[in-house]
Design a protein around this ligand. Sequence first.
Ligand code: ASP
Ligand code: MG
Length: 427
Amino acid sequence: MRSGSNPLSSLFFPKTAYKSPSMALIVQKFGGTSVANIERIRNVAERVKREIAAGNQVVVVLSAMSGVTNQLVDYCGQVSPLLTPEALAEYDAVVSTGEQVTVGLLALVLQAQGVPARSWLGWQVPIRSDDTFSKARIDTIDAEALHKALKAGVLPVIPGFQGVTADGRITTLGRGGSDTSAVAIAAALKADRCDIYTDVDGVYTTDPRIVSKARKLNKVAYEEMLEMASLGAKVLQTRSVEMAMKHHVRVQVLSSFSFEPGTMLVEEEEVLERRLITGIAYSRGDARVTLREVPDSPGVAAKVFGPLAEQEINVDMIVQNVNADGKATDITFTVPRTELDRTTAAIKALNIGKFTTDANVAKISVIGVGMKTHSGIAQKMFQVLAEKNINILVISTSEIKISVLIDEAYTELAIRALHTAYGLDGE
Ligand code: ASP
Ligand code: MG
């Protein structure tokens, strides 16, 4: 699923990293809603100054103003189908510009308030990436110029989302990529903390829009956050969590509109509460495919999933049944809903049996490192769903997660019932 990910395999760490022994170095990242207009950018400047007043060194990473990247993506789509690497390189040249505006503006606001600050673009740092335009991966970050600036008392303001290839072309890191930029910069600078300011005040036990009694978590293990992020809790880009876990970056998710402490991402051992379940995530982005009466013989699964793998269609849950007569079997699996048409075409071409598809499904997952040491958690999930008369279509599990696929219409009902059953409801 997350194969081939090797975030920041070879970060460049300068030998003479500068950091005053008494000060903490904090990377502050602000998302699109936090820099949505001039007033909010001034608010960001206040948060930055607070951190400085607390005696810390600060490096800022910014997103584009909310809505701006969408607008830029839309412009590109109007003039090109964006099918070739050359086209995607130009797409990156366009969509990376939203961040250029915000870093310049924040540096101006800070300067006007007497804080020496300057902006760097991704290529100026440089933040080197591969050349997978529109979803590039960071290879190395040269932290030397940033260390130099800090030493000279100048606050660096850096755009998220941007990278540069070995031959000098601008890249972007995929939507939501500025979280990953911030964590990568924190890792390269060996920062004490990476604070990700957003419009929610932390990570919740589940979506508070569905369960009003959802609670904010003080701490979440990296592993749990990884599951939650990839299962649809949109707080952080999944890749940023992978990177934080790999480089042991202390990440805090918090709101730029309040002064409440946020949620810390920590090592598993630091999740002290003896909780069984940490959170419940859901995703409405999947579709189910069921093949009926395919021959029950060696090689069938390879035949079905081979073409999907070749087309890089990400298959998630899979069940295959054993049939009584041993001649034919059913296989059910899920793919991203956006890939359903391509999947249907690929399966049709195989000509191996009847098949049905269903896009009105939801995946509900209960997540928690507590599962490693407690039993009966899956049973409870099945029991609760049974009591609500919710049919389970597919089940899959990992060491810290149980997912079920259900009819989309029961999403809210299932989440609320599970949240209560696992004792997650707050006041
Ligand atoms: N501005 C980019 C986006 O909207 C990157 C980010 O905000 O993380 O996807
Ligand atoms: Mg974001």
